[in-house]
Every structure is written in structure tokens, then in C-alpha cells.
Design a protein around this ligand. Structure first.
Ligand SMILES: [Fe+2]
Length: 192
């Protein structure tokens, strides 16, 4: 008897061929550019099912996990006006987000550099490497939604009181080389 180890875990509403192909289950480590292409493609090719599962929560930011492999995690987030993150880095993981609807404000900083700010309108997509910290906020008048991806998956974020507090060097944390089933248990406990 053979047992098959699952290589990809997808949201039931998005368990469709486009996403199965886009998450490349065999790819272990994604570059910022590959992550940007992933979130951009998911936002543009799967807009309708994403909008069908999208929810807003007045108490806190809302999220749904869209996909998980041994190499990447993929999330849909929503942001009501005023909702945002604390300043944080991604613990050595590379990341990306694409704004699906609405508009987000981002403040970001590379170690040793100045704090910069940018407005991210619907359709904008960016990828970033390990040495970057940021804070994302909905300063608009309407809700916003965004698609996020990180690689390696489930590397804990680190929060800071201010972007000015990030260290000169952000040491990468070890990626969790775990079976998908164990990664899924961790993902159920964590927010993106
Ligand atoms: Fe982030």
C-alpha cells in the first residue's frame, strides 16, 4: 500500500486548476519577484472567487488562508478604514502583496535607511526580501482587501514599537522544514 503525502493545501473555494498551478507545489524557496507574480496573478485571475469569500470584521483585521505548500503561504486579508498592522518584519522570509480592492498605505524601512511611505492602490503589487520592515494601514474611507504571500512559510513576524527601532541587520530565522500537515496546524494558529 502506498501513502500519498499531500503537497498543497488550498482553500475549498479556490481549489481550482489555476491556483493549483500558480502555487508550484514543488518550489521550495520563492524569490520576491516570484512572490509578486503569484499575488498579482491570484488577484487578477481569481478576482471573482476571492470577492465571494471576502469578509470584513469590525473587531480586527480579517484573513483567510488561500494556500499552503512546503515553500509558500498565501493569504487574503481585509482592512476596514483605520485597521492596520503594527510595525513588523517577516523574520527573514521574503514576501509580497497585491491590493485587490480599495487602497492601502504602507510605511517601510530597510535597515539603516529612512522611513518611506507609499500609497498602494488596487492593482499595485510588490515583492520584498528579508531585510525590510513595514507597517500597513487602511487610511481610506472604504474597506480594502489584499493578497499576501511569504516564503519560506510560517516564519514568525517580529513587531517593533516604531520602524525607527528595527535593528541595523535583520537576522534571518530558520525556516520550518516541516511536513505540510504540521505546517497546516501551525497556520491554523497564526495570523499572516
Ligand atoms: Fe507584513
Amino acid at each position: 500500500m502506498t501513502t500519498t503525502t499531500p503537497r498543497v493545501d488550498l482553500h475549498p473555494a479556490l481549489d481550482v486548476p489555476p491556483l493549483r498551478d500558480l502555487v508550484h507545489p514543488d518550489r521550495e524557496l520563492w524569490t520576491p519577484r516570484e512572490l509578486r507574480e503569484l499575488t498579482s496573478a491570484v488577484a487578477s485571475e481569481l478576482t471573482t472567487p476571492l470577492l465571494e469569500i471576502l469578509r470584513y470584521d469590525r473587531e480586527r483585521r480579517w484573513w483567510a488562508r488561500l494556500g499552503l505548500t512546503g515553500g509558500v503561504e498565501l493569504w487574503l486579508l481585509s482592512w476596514l478604514p483605520g485597521q492596520g498592522t503594527e510595525p513588523h518584519d517577516h523574520g527573514g522570509a521574503a514576501g509580497s502583496f497585491t491590493v485587490l480592492t480599495g487602497e492601502l498605505s504602507e510605511e517601510y524601512r530597510y535597515p539603516g535607511g529612512p522611513v518611506r511611505g507609499a500609497t498602494r492602490p488596487a492593482g499595485s503589487a510588490l515583492g520584498f526580501g528579508a531585510g525590510r520592515a513595514h507597517r500597513v494601514l487602511n487610511r481610506g474611507m472604504i474597506g480594502a482587501a489584499s493578497v499576501h504571500a511569504y516564503s519560506p512559510p510560517l516564519v514568525p513576524t517580529r513587531e517593533y514599537p516604531s520602524l525607527l527601532d528595527i535593528p541595523d541587520e535583520i537576522p534571518p530565522l530558520p525556516a520550518r522544514r516541516l511536513p505540510l500537515e504540521r505546517l497546516r496546524e501551525l497556520a491554523d494558529q497564526e495570523d499572516p
